[in-house]
Design a protein around this ligand. Structure first.
Ligand code: SF4
Ligand code: SF4
Length: 340
């Protein structure tokens, strides 16, 4: 079936990059996605148990990306499923949730992930609306990096049941070094979510990367969240070496437990951690004098930025929109030596 031409893509401002490009006419913004496609779908036993739809592409360029082969669509080779008519995908999701394995794992959510779902938002809204025609009370989770406009947040929040919401760092230097974007919109959206849509938060997820996300940053982030609501579910995810950080050391149990304690000491009441720990690796040694790194205040932002630089990023501090290499970015071309 022919792809749907979504009017929102005529002047795309779905995410906070607000590129304003006409994706329907082949113009590319920071995400470099023309029209939405599906990377893959599967029943997923991790809570919330679901039929998970991974859409291709992403609006960020995270150094630690675990799903780089689909997040970097269309710049990396992978076998992706492609365009699927929303009605067909909605039917498929419900059928798979009702299948013996779906019932065994109690899959009662349609879970949108990626890459990032926001560059595909109109398509996702179509799928949700089709699913609700068939099953009005079907639950939906939106898994997001938080880098969306207020308008996009409002639109999706009205429709879905829950969010899993990533805050990849709290300080702007750390956030931009890790993702290539500004942290402010993510913190603004986190605040909106907590103050306006609290009941829709499944959990806020914070990736814990040793030597990059430290105690001080977690304390400040926990206090930021706690000023709005101390009961928000927070889950620290243990970093596993991946993508540009393929040689970096994995998180240890001691580090994860320490972060939980810091968040609790800052007043948060519902904190946990998850993931695999103890994967061996190194900490990158940064040069003592480098004019680009000297612009940065924090050692940890220097470490993350030096990883980016040594893999071809030419724009430090990273900002993937204000960069002449947005459409010929070496970071996107990288294939890791190991994936854990
Ligand atoms: S990066 Fe964001 S605003 Fe830019 S084209 Fe992609 S989805 Fe639209
Ligand atoms: S080279 Fe430019 S587009 Fe690529 S990661 Fe660095 S800042 Fe982003």
């Amino acid at each position: 079936m022919k792809r749907i031409r979504y009017s929102e893509l005529d002047h795309c401002e779905l995410c906070e990059w607000r590129c304003g490009v006409n994706r329907n006419e082949g113009e590319l913004g920071v995400c470099r996605i023309e029209s939405p496609i599906v990377a893959s779908c599967q029943l997923h036993p991790a809570p919330p148990q679901s039929y998970t739809i991974f859409v291709a592409g992403c609006n960020l360029r995270c150094l630690n990306c675990q799903n780089f082969s689909i997040a970097h669509y269309p710049d990396k080779f992978d076998i992706l499923r492609g365009w699927v008519e929303p009605k067909k995908l909605a039917q498929e999701a419900l059928e798979r949730m009702d299948s013996p394995f779906g019932r065994l794992i109690n899959a009662d959510f349609i879970f949108f992930s990626g890459g990032a779902p926001t560059p595909s938002l109109p398509y996702i809204i179509d799928i949700i609306n089709e699913a609700r025609k068939l099953r009005p009370k079907v639950k939906v989770n939106y898994d997001t990096n938080g880098y969306m406009t207020e308008e996009s947040l409002e639109k999706i929040a009205k429709l879905i049941t829950t969010f899993t919401f990533d805050i990849k760092a709290f300080y702007s230097e750390t956030f931009s070094a890790l993702t290539g974007a500004n942290v402010e919109p993510v913190l603004r959206n986190a605040e909106t979510l907590i103050t306006k849509w609290r009941e829709k938060i499944w959990e806020i997820r914070i990736l814990a990367i040793p030597e990059i996300i430290d105690r001080e940053e977690i304390k400040d982030l926990a206090e930021f969240i706690g000023q709005f609501d101390t009961t928000v579910p927070i889950c620290f995810l243990a970093f596993r070496p991946n993508f540009i950080l393929d040689e970096h050391m994995g998180a240890t149990i001691m580090y994860m437990e320490d972060l939980v304690e810091i968040a609790q000491d800052a007043g948060l009441e519902n904190v946990s951690w998850a993931g695999s720990t103890g994967i061996a690796g190194n900490i990158l040694k940064i040069p003592k004098k480098d004019p680009k790194l000297e612009k940065l205040q924090f050692e940890k932002a220097k470490i993350a930025s030096y990883y980016a630089m040594s893999h071809g990023c030419k724009n430090i501090p990273r900002n993937c929109k204000k960069c002449e290499y947005t459409h010929k970015c070496e970071i996107k071309k990288y294939y890791p030596r190991r994936v854990t």
